[in-house]
Write a protein that binds this ligand. Sequence first.
Ligand code: DAH
Length: 357
Amino acid sequence: MSSRSEAPSSSDAPSEGLIETLRASALAELGEASDGGELDEWRVRYLGRKGQLTSILRSLASLPVEERRTVGAAANQLRTALEEQLQARTDELRNALSTAAEQLDVTLPGRRGHRGGLHPVTQTIRDITDAFAAMGFQTVEGPEVELERYNFDALNIPADHPARDLWDTMWVESPDGEDRSDMLLRTHTSPMQARVMEKTDPPVRVVVPGRCYRYEATDATHEWCFHQIEGLAVDEGISFADMKGTLYEFARRIFGSERKVRFRVDFFPFVEPGAEMAIDCFKCNGGGCNLCKQTGWIEILGAGMVHPKVLEGVGYDSEKYTGFAFGMGVERIAMLRHGIDDVRLFAAGDLRFLSQF
Ligand code: DAH
C-alpha cells in the first residue's frame, strides 16, 4: 500500500527533514499529473484540509518554540512553493492541450477515401454501346475462345483463303498438348454475327464489345490483346444509306456534333461493298496536324453491307434481307479521344495512368 496519501501520524513530529521528504514526493507526483482531475487529487492530497502539508502546519503548535519557528518557516515556504508549482503545472497542461487543439483544424476539408473507377477501355465501351443503344442496338457478348467456323468460315473466309492472313491467329491447344486445329482465340468480334443470326430471326440490331487476340509483336499501336466493338443490323430493306446514317450519328455522339464523316472503299471478305469510315480531324478540324498525319481525316472503323454468303450461311434469305456490319478498335477510339500515344498503357496496370480517367 502506498503511503503517499496518508497524513504523517502524530508520532512523526514535524521536522525539516520530514518537510524535505514531503517536498520531494509532492513535486515528483505533480510532474506525473496529466489532467485536471489528477491535479485536483494532488492538491487535496497535499494542500487540502486533511492534506499532508496541512496536517504538518497544524501540528506545529506541539513543537518547542525554537523548532516551531524554523520548521514553521520551512513548512510555509513549502506551501508557497507547492502552490506555485501547482499553478505552473496547470498552465503547462492547459497550453499543451490548446496547442493540440490548434493543430486540429476542424475547418480543413476531410481526407478523401480512395475511390475506384472504370478502366478507360470500359468507359469507352460503355459510351459507344450507349450511343448505339439510343439507336435501337442491343449489346451482346460472345466467347473469346472461338471456333474456326465462326471466326473465319461463317464470315466467308474459307480455309487456305489468303484473306485469313489478314489476321495473325493464335490457335488453341487442348490440355493434353494436342493441336485443336478448329479452336482459336478470336481475332475479331465479327464471329458474333453468325452466332447472333443463328439464334435470331430478323430484324437484328446488335453491338458486340469484347476482347480479341492476335499473334503480333507489340508496339505503340499494336497489342496482342485488345478490344473491338462489332455491329450488325439486318432487316428487310436496309440500305447503304442506313449504314452511313447510323455510323454518322455514332461519330457525332462520340466525337462531337460538328463531325463530318468520309467513306472510302475497302475490302473485308464478309461485306460487299466494304468501306472504311473516317472522321474529319477533331484536333485541327480537317486543316491537317500531327494527329491526322496532315491528312485532315482519321480512320476509325471498317464497315459494309453484309455479304449474301454470310446471310445464307445462317439460313437467312439474302433476297429478302439485307444488312450492314461494322467493326472498330476500342483502344484506338480511346486513344483518339484522350490523346493517348501508346496502346500498351491500357494493359500495363499503372495507376498513374489509369487514375487520370
Ligand atoms: N473484323 C474486322 C477486323 O477485325 C473489322 C470489320 C470490318 C468488321 C468491316 C466489320 C466490317 O463488321 O464490316 O479488322
